[in-house]
Ligand binder design. Sequence first.
Ligand code: 5GP
Length: 199
Amino acid sequence: MNRVVDYKNKLLIIISSPSGTGKTSICKKIINYDKTIKLSVSHTTRDPRDNEINGVDYFFISSDEFNRKIIDKSFIEYANVFGNYYGTSRENVKKILSGDFDVLFDIDWQGAAQILESNIAKIVTIFLVPPSKEVVFERLEKRSKETGDGPADIKRRMLEYENEMIHANEYDYIILNEDIEECTAKVINIIEKERKAFN
Ligand code: 5GP
């Protein structure tokens, strides 16, 4: 049975993966390709990386501000990931949907589970898996040269690898990211297929 949702014919696309799988790059490719989708920019208490811009990659806020937003019920979902808080603003999501766009979420499995409890719009969940744990380690090491992430950041993410992978089965689709272009094309196909189900 179809659920009654606030925004009919709109799609919430949730993409999760272990850190270092290439999810953020794929999300950027998707919104470049399909101008009817907008990325949900999350709030976080994490420090900005060298190459990140406030308001574009994240809204970087203090723990106090984050706590106030929790109390105000400003977040549709929030979670502690790798020791920092991340959350999705309800107002931002509604603004995107009201502008007649679908919403793409680059969030973890804890956030995905919370959004699945909401009745905002139709939801599709996609989990990206890397070819191996070794590839993830190489990607995190390579990325650290651009971002300023230290060995402790990489270690923390590697320690969570298995814990994140076990949630893959909770998603509608699981896609291997061996080749970024191929993986992006598969995600776009899924989105187009899910949209056809509206008609
Ligand atoms: P990073 O620090 O590498 O940008 O993100 C770390 C993890 O937090 C990634 O798995 C990312 O998908 C997740 N994340 C980013 N924003 C949010 C959010 O708003 N909510 C949740 N639950 N996870 C998020």
